[in-house]
Design a protein around this ligand. Structure first.
Ligand SMILES: Nc1ncnc2c1ncn2[C@@H]1O[C@H](COP(=O)(O)OP(=O)(O)OP(=O)(O)O)[C@@H](O)[C@H]1O
Ligand SMILES: [Mg+2]
Length: 361
């Protein structure tokens, strides 16, 4: 496997004053499911269009499989794209839509037919050959769009929010399907989404983008557990931010005064300097424990009171006021249902290993 199948080298794309893509460098592995994740307008589509050749960079180079494709047009690149507002043609049927993907490849009719048959089976649309767009469900239309891109046998498939138009349940199904399809055909996927759950559940690696820059590029669990900055910590999942100030360093740990709770020795993974007040502590809602009794075997166990409770089926979310903390914390737990533990006095417990120290920037 080529570890540097796609090499994006210091690529920028400016539209007038807008730096849609701002000096990005990434390497994508052969056969990888790679996602670009970020809020609307952060430059995801622009980066994908640069990979496809629909835009040319203001600066920087792009290599695919060792070949410099920076100046090549889309049809000279081993890529194909499924567009953000995917449209399949309404006036032609499924087969003709898929055949559209084969135009200008110069294949014989027999080769064409064989490819269409193969790809129909791959996306499970056998029996739907004659249907028109208005006779298909959203998920089926999405599969036609995929088939039309896959039938060219690209080495790299670029997908721009391909599941954005689907409802939640269908979306979940298609996520699994797409992931399985990618693994079975083994081609490299570059997948764009603004949905963090989708990105972390499907991808081998995720690049989190904001304002044209990569904020962090990691495996999904790393993004969740070890965010590099406040943006990533906030964007991936839910969290609580507590204010603090660092004191003395002790090797890879550091003393932190958290709110008015006192001093705690926590991991200093990002090597933040001593004696700085520009820091926050990020603590995930599910990392904290809520109980009626004090938990003396936890590092921190604080008296608190539950202000509000929301029941979500698989978990319950508690909004709690904790003595010494100047804001309402969100704690989530799978162990209580709505009836037994709704309001009143409680204890909130925290393990020091679950505190991620981040710099305000
Ligand atoms: N052709 C263009 N001309 C001028 N500005 C553009 C052009 N294309 C994109 N932009 C700007 O570049 C920035 C990035 O746009 P882009 O479409 O890449 O965002 P995105 O991350 O795909 O957003 P979304 O999630 O909404 O699709 C935006 O500020 C956008 O307005
Ligand atoms: Mg977009």
């Amino acid at each position: 496997m080529n570890e540097k199948y796609i090499e994006v080298r210091n690529i920028s794309k400016h539209f007038g004053k807008v730096k849609a893509v701002d000096d990005i460098s990434i390497e994508i592995k052969e056969g990888e499911f790679f996602s670009l994740l970020g809020p609307s307008g952060c430059g995801k589509t622009t980066l994908l269009r640069l990979l496809a050749g629909f835009e040319y960079p203001t600066k920087g180079d792009l290599l695919i499989d060792g070949i410099d494709v920076t100046a090549l047009p889309p049809n000279k690149r081993p890529t194909n794209m499924v567009f953000q507002n995917y449209a399949i043609f309404p006036h032609i049927n499924v087969v003709k839509n898929i055949q559209f993907g084969l135009r200008k490849l110069g294949l014989t009719k027999a080769e064409n037919d064989q490819r269409v048959e193969e790809v129909l089976s791959l996306v499970k649309l056998e029996g739907y050959e004659e249907r028109y767009s208005n006779q298909l469900s959203g998920g089926q239309r999405q599969r036609v769009a995929l088939a039309r891109a896959l039938v060219r046998r690209p080495k790299v498939l670029l997908l721009d929010e391909p599941l954005g138009a689907l409802d939640k349940k269908l979306r979940d199904e298609m996520q699994l399907e797409l992931r399985n399809l990618q693994k079975s055909i083994g081609i490299t996927f570059v997948f764009v989404t603004h949905d963090q759950e989708e990105a972390i559940s499907m991808s081998d690696r995720v690049a989190v983008m904001n304002e044209g820059k990569i904020q962090q590029l990691s495996q999904p669990n790393e993004l969740y557990k070890n965010p590099n900055n406040i943006f990533v910590s906030d964007f991936i999942g839910e969290t609580n931010f507590l204010n603090g100030k660092t004191n003395e360093k002790h090797g890879d740990k550091i003393d932190v005064a958290i709110e008015s709770l006192g001093n705690f020795k926590v991991d200093n993974r990002l090597n933040i300097s001593a004696n700085t007040s520009d820091i926050v502590c990020s603590i995930r809602p599910e990392a904290m424990m809520i109980s009626r009794e004090v938990q003396s075997d936890w590092d921190i166990s604080l008296p608190a009171s539950i202000k509000q409770t929301s029941y979500y089926g698989e978990m319950t979310r508690f909004y709690v006021e904790v003595k010494g903390i100047d804001q309402v914390l969100t704690v989530s737990s799978q162990h209580f249902d709505n009836q037994s533990f709704q309001t009143g006095e409680c204890f909130v417990s925290i393990g020091l290993e679950d505190i991620a120290l981040l710099e305000k920037k």
